[in-house]
Design a protein around this ligand. Sequence first.
Ligand code: ZN
Ligand code: ZN
Length: 305
Amino acid sequence: MIDLLLLGTGGMMPMPNRWLSSLLMRIEGDLVLFDCGEGTQIPWQLYGWGFRRVGTICLSHLHADHVAGIPGLLHAIANAGRQEPVTLFGPPGTVHVVQALREIAPVLGFELRIREIDDGVRFALPGGAEGSVIRGDHALPLLCYRIDMPRGRRFLADEAAEAGIPQRFWSALQKGTDVEIDGRRIPAGRFLGPERKGLSIGFVTDTRPVPNLPGFLRGVDLLVCEGTYGDSADQHKAIDKKHMTFAEAATLAADAQAGALWLTHFSPAVNEPHEWLHNATAIFPTTTIGYSGMEASLAFPSDQD
Ligand SMILES: [Zn+2]
Ligand SMILES: [Zn+2]
C-alpha cells in the first residue's frame, strides 16, 4: 500500500491560498518527500502525517521553490524527535546547495546524508520500493522520478499441499528460497504463480516533455506532473521557461499510458486552474487538478491473479 498526499500545488512562489508544489508518500509507515519549497512543513502539519517517520527526501532540482523549505523542515523533523538518519537525493549540485542551507540549521538530532544522483540511477526506498530517475530539460539540472513497488508472485498453497510440502517450508518457498526436504531439492519457483504487476508513481515537474519520458513512465498508476500553464496559448511561455502546459502534461500521461494524472505547480498567473482543465481532459480524461490536502491510496488489487 502506498499513500500519497499533495501538500501544495504552486510554482515559483507561495501564495496566500496556494502552498508550493510538493508530494508526500507513505510506504509501510515511512515517509518520502518530493521537493521542499518555502513553507512545506505548514500544510504537512495541517494534514497530520507527522514528521518523525520521514527518512527520504527527493529533490527534482535546485530552484528556490523546490528547496528553500529544507532548513525549516529539518527543524520540524528534529523537533519531532527523529534520531535515525535522513537521506536526501538530488541532482548534481545538491551537496553544495543543501550544505549552504544547513548553515542556518546546523544542529539536528539526526544525520542528514546527501546523495547526488543522475540519469539512470536507481535507489532503494522503504518497504522494498525502488526509485529511479532520468534527466529532464529545465534551466538547471533536473531529475524526473519514478517509484516502483514490486509485487511478489502468489504462493500456490493448494499445489504445495497437494505435493505434500510440510507447512513449515511454505514461508521460505513464498519468499523465493529453494528448500531441501528429505534430500530432495524443491525450487521455490515451483509453487509460485506468474509475475504480477506492482504499483508505480511518476513525479515530474519543471521540465519540457523530453522524448524519453513516456517510456520511463510507462504504465505508472499515477503521474503527478506539473502543468504550469493552463491556457494552450501560453505554450511559448512553457517553451521559453522550460515548463509544460496542461495539454502537454496530458499528452505525456496519454503517451505513457498512465492510470491517472494529477496536475500541480501552477503559475502564480493561473488564478483558477479548473478553468483550463478541459485542455487536459480532452487529451487524457482521468486528469484531476491537484489541491493542497489531496490524498490517494494505491493498493495491490485483491484478486488472486
Ligand atoms: Zn518550480
Ligand atoms: Zn524550476
